[in-house]
Write a protein that binds this ligand. Structure first.
Ligand code: MG
Length: 160
């Protein structure tokens, strides 16, 4: 038995902010703004995992009105989500993600992001696909005002 999940997230970009993506600090003139560390990729992955396992979404599990999550490292959130899906007898088959942003170019960082996410989810880097693309200068992404991430995940229900 399998369950598919989909996640999406967007964050605003501002100058002189840390830019966390997939658990990595990326050298960049601009960084993402949010209640947590604003790691848009980890948030999309959390939502895909929660959606696939019927556990609602990141905002339900970790409300941004709760001060304990202010500025929180999103790697902690993803670890909590991993624990939740494991307790609910799911295991990850694979996940496929797309990041949409104009700058910086991410291809040099993709292997390290794959390593970071696969380690957090106790799977192999080959089970984690990271794609990055621009929006051809169109819209808020094209104007470098924001960044978006999409994730699809496949979970298997464990027999034991
Ligand atoms: Mg978010």
């Amino acid at each position: 038995m399998y369950r598919i999940g989909f996640g999406f997230d967007t964050h605003k970009l501002e100058l002189n902010r840390d830019f966390w993506l997939g658990g990595l600090l990326i050298p960049s003139a601009k960084g993402a703004v949010g209640h947590s560390d604003a790691d848009v990729l980890l948030h999309a992955i959390c939502d895909a995992l929660l959606g696939a396992s019927g556990l609602r979404d990141i905002g339900t599990q970790f409300p941004d009105t709760d001060p304990q999550y202010k500025g929180i490292d999103s790697k902690i959130l993803l670890t909590k989500v991993y624990d939740l899906i494991t307790e609910n007898h799911f295991e990850i088959v694979n996940l496929d993600t797309t990041l949409c942003l104009e700058m910086p170019k991410l291809s040099p960082f993709v292997p390290e992001i794959q390593q970071s996410i696969s380690a957090l989810l106790h799977i192999l880097p080959g089970q984690v696909s990271i794609k990055a693309k621009t929006s051809e200068k169109l819209g808020f992404i094209g104007r470098e005002e924001g960044v978006s991430a999409y994730c699809v995940v496949l979970l298997a229900i464990k027999n034991n």
